[in-house]
Design a binder for this molecule. Structure first.
Ligand SMILES: [Cu+2]
Length: 240
């Protein structure tokens, strides 16, 4: 589990630095940033987590517009995230990484910064909590009684046309990526199923052990791959 809830730009001497506080609406946008270490200099050595040196996520304040990207780092430690079109409003940019040098070596960090996208912002109401959702013809059913601050199992079953799906392909070394954001403060969490990865035979059941810090509604984004297609399902989950 990463350190903290992802709502700060610095922690334990490490910081997410960016000169960008606004990005344009409605078109591809580049977000440049650096991760600095306790000495204040950009960190350039990161450990691989799920095959990547850094994971980047963004979400709008109404928990729409989720993106999970893998930015590219220049030699000097400057990263560039190539974002798909953003709607006007308030966004948060999250970086998840594990330094491979310094006092934070081997520790998982999530740091974030806000970004404003100018324009007329309309808010989408959060869909009601539900135990199922559909994406690209895949029906996901959730089972679990989640409690804030407690390790809580969450089982997700994947079906298509009523049949169990058993051909999930590993995506970044795991059968699924579950990214969660808390309604109101946009606190962040990320989980992987405990299922062992054995080729393109994932499913139909994904077994997560979650640990969400606060009660209320969380918006879950579940990413999984079949053949060459990455699917992203979204569902609202209430944590008691
Ligand atoms: Cu992941």
């Amino acid at each position: 589990m990463p350190v903290g809830n992802g709502l700060t730009a610095q922690q334990g001497g490490y910081a997410l630095k960016s000169a960008i506080a606004t990005l344009p609406a409605g078109k591809r946008a580049l977000y440049r940033f650096a991760i600095t270490g306790p000495g204040g200099r950009p960190v350039t050595r990161f450990a691989l987590t799920q095959t990547m040196r850094l994971h980047f996520y963004t979400i709008r304040s109404d928990l729409t517009g989720f993106q999970h990207l893998h930015p590219v780092m220049a030699r000097d430690g400057t990263w560039t995230a190539d974002l798909a079109a953003l709607r006007p409003g308030h966004w948060r940019m999250y970086t998840q990484f594990t330094p491979d040098t310094g006092p934070g070596r081997g520790q998982d960090f999530v740091l974030s910064r806000p970004v404003t996208v100018p324009g007329t912002a309309s808010t989408t109401a959060l869909p009601a909590a539900s135990s199922s959702t559909t994406v690209d013809g895949y029906v996901l059913t959730l089972h679990g009684d989640l409690r804030a601050g407690l390790a809580s199992p969450l089982t997700v079953t994947v079906r298509r046309n009523g049949e169990p799906v058993t051909d999930l392909r590993p995506y970044l070394d795991t059968y699924a990526h579950l990214t969660a954001f808390h309604q109101g403060d946009q606190a962040f969490a990320h989980f992987h199923p405990r299922n062992k990865v054995t080729g393109d035979h994932g499913g139909p059941t994904l077994e997560f052990m979650t640990d969400l810090p606060t009660s209320g509604n969380w918006r879950l984004f579940l990413q999984f791959q079949t053949a060459d297609v990455l699917h992203t399902a979204a569902v609202t989950l209430y944590v008691g």
